[in-house]
Design a binder for this molecule. Structure first.
Ligand code: FAD
Ligand code: SIN
Length: 543
């Protein structure tokens, strides 16, 4: 079955929804999303969105903070765009209906790690949920946006899917949409489009402990790689310093760790080791508010030194009513498991949180593959460098999605290429899966070795060990994939394996310690030595 549209958007987080809204101004849009509309990383964002709103703040300060956190690898042009265009995007979100927290009739601005000024716009500690609500309501009200839930994109379509064009060089190919598994009808459909917007979010599920919900299986990176688009800097996986530590007895069934927002440290929270002693002053003069790579590494070192599984975040010295007012979500979640954060220390541990690398794009979010744009976390605009500054992610999604929309508007107005005839999905000769244990076992194994070998502190020995295991898994999963009718967890495992390969390959290519890539084999180059991007491209074709 075939659906046709001008613009296909894949994903319904902040980037996908905002893309659909902006592009519906001049095109028909189909948006597919693999679960419910609100199932996204965006929905869990707590701290907020960084932007220069206060007249005493300055564009230059936000640029400097972003560049310092990025450890010499940020693209200066992209950072300037991010910071200068950010305030207008916040105004637009407010006009769309987002309700940000106010204080004395003005936006309440708070601070997080790495920021030299209080500039985070937020909605209590549930910012993402509020943004997602407003964007979904807006998108639902627009007639030429069709949203199809429970529909998982399997692969991007390019000439390599078309038998008489399959040898066309990668640089001449165009992305003509995607094959998707529609779980409402239980069949694979092709959606043909002139332009495709990849907005599939992150890949935290590669790791055992992550703040990312179950949708974050890195599908977009893997699809783009298989289609031949360039990716960059996949080694820079950000571990959030403070995810709630839960024992098996207190953990719920969700696949991710609950976040204790960096805004809690911005509010005065203090990190303490197992003996309840402060320690951040030993690691950085900015203490709890140093950039995340530094704080996460300090926590990792303290835990290893003392042989402990977690340490503590302490906010008990602050006013009880103010804590509850600022952090109702965190207060309630901790209360549920018997921790009163106004009186008790909060047990925390770092968890995989954000991918700074991704599908390489220019400042209009255009990838190296014609017809394909990437927006939000899946993209690599260059603004985060080797380590993302807190609350710059939602901002990046807004700023570069708007620029993508401006570029697509021009592209479509000049579009005169004939859309080739795309073959239907071919699953002849495949069987229905009867060995799903292969999936669950391999997912567990992958997450375990990625966490043990490709975590906060790395070494060539561990990376090479991970690489060998990934190869074995790759062969096994590809073999199973070729023989089996596709289903969600198989597609996701295949993508997790590809993402792990990309992370490890990039990590081995980087012969230095920089930002989030810290290797025992290389000296730390410090924050401001200039570095280079690691670009990877799949030059053979497999889909
Ligand atoms: P997502 O919001 O993750 O959306 C991706 C969408 O793609 C989802 O709808 C998903 O279902 C869909 N999808 C994925 N694969 C497929 C497929 N194959 N087919 C169809 N659909 C697919 N950043 C900040 O700036 N400030 C914060 O305060 C903040 N807090 C955070 C707190 C938490 C707990 C987490 C996890 C992240 C936080 N971040 C924060 C990071 C930020 O939330 C994300 O980077 C951002 O929301 C990503 O938006 P996105 O639209 O790119 O992706
Ligand atoms: C947080 O609230 O700590 C998350 C902020 C972010 O990831 O930018």
């Amino acid at each position: 079955m075939e659906l046709k549209t001008d613009v296909l958007v894949i994903g319904s987080g902040i980037a996908g929804l905002y893309a659909a809204i902006k592009m519906s101004e001049f095109a028909d849009v189909i948006l597919v999303t693999k679960k419910n509309k609100s199932d996204s990383n965006t929905n869990y964002a707590q701290g907020g969105i960084a932007s220069v709103i206060d007249p005493n703040d300055s564009i230059e300060k936000h640029i400097d903070d972003t560049m310092i956190a990025g450890a010499g690898l940020c693209n200066a042009e992209a950072v300037r765009i991010l910071v200068t265009e950010g305030p207008d995007r916040i105004t637009e979100l407010i006009n769309i209906g987002t309700d940000f927290t106010q204080k004395n009739g003005k936006l309440d601005l708070v601070k997080e790690g790495g920021h030299s000024f209080s500039r985070i716009v937020h909605s209590k500690d549930l910012t993402g949920k509020e943004v997602e609500r407003a964007l979904i309501e807006k998108a639902n009200s627009i007639n030429n946006i069709v949203i199809i839930e429970n529909t998982l994109a399997i692969d991007l379509i390019t000439e390599h899917n078309i038998s008489n064009l399959k040898d066309m060089p990668i640089n001449n190919r165009h992305c003509w949409g995607a094959y998707v598994l529609d779980n409402n009808d239980n069949c694979v459909k092709k959606i043909t489009s002139k332009v495709t917007i990849l907005a599939t979010g992150g890949l935290g599920q590669v790791y055992l402990h992550t703040t990312n919900p179950s949708i974050a299986t890195g599908d977009g990176y893997a699809m783009a790689y298989r289609a031949g688009a360039q990716l960059a800097n996949m080694e820079f996986i950000q571990f959030h310093p403070t995810a709630l530590y839960q024992t098996i007895e207190t953990r719920d069934s969700s696949s991710h760790a609950f976040l204790i927002s960096e805004a809690v440290r911005g509010f005065g929270g203090i990190l303490r080791n197992g003996a309840h002693e402060e320690f951040m002053h030993f690691y950085d003069s900015r203490k709890e508010l140093a950039p995340r790579d530094i704080v996460a590494r300090a926590i990792d070192t303290e835990m290893k030194k003392r042989g402990e599984d977690f340490l503590y975040l302490d906010i008990t010295h602050k006013n009880k009513d103010e804590i509850i007012d600022h952090f109702p979500n965190i207060y309630n979640k901790c209360k549920e498991i018997g921790i009163d954060i106004t009186k008790d220390l909060i047990p925390v541990v770092p968890a995989a949180h954000y991918a700074c690398g991704g599908v390489l794009v220019n400042t209009n979010a255009k990838t190296s593959l014609s017809g394909l744009y990437a927006v939000g976390e899946v993209s690599m605009t260059g603004v985060h460098g080797a380590n993302r500054l807190a609350s710059n992610s939602l901002l990046e999604a807004l700023v570069f999605t708007k620029r993508a929309a401006d570029s697509v508007r021009v592209e479509l107005s000049n579009f005169n290429t004939k859309i080739p005839s795309i073959p239907d999905w071919d699953d002849s000769g495949t069987l229905t899966a009867d060995e799903k244990v292969i999936i669950s076992h391999n997912v567990k194994e992958l997450k375990q070795f990625m966490s043990d070998y490709v975590g906060i502190v790395r070494s060539n020995l561990r990376l090479n060990a991970a690489s060998r295991r990934i190869h074995t898994l790759f062969v096994e999963v590809e073999d199973y994939y070729i023989k089996t009718k596709v289903f969600d967890s198989l597609i996701e495992l295949r993508n997790l394996v590809t993402c792990s390969h990309l992370i490890v390959k990039s990590a081995l290519l980087r012969k230095e310690s920089r930002g989030l890539h810290f290797s025992l084999d290389y000296k730390d180059l410090g924050q401001m030595t200039l570095g280079e991007n690691n670009v990877i491209q799949n030059t053979y074709q497999k889909s």
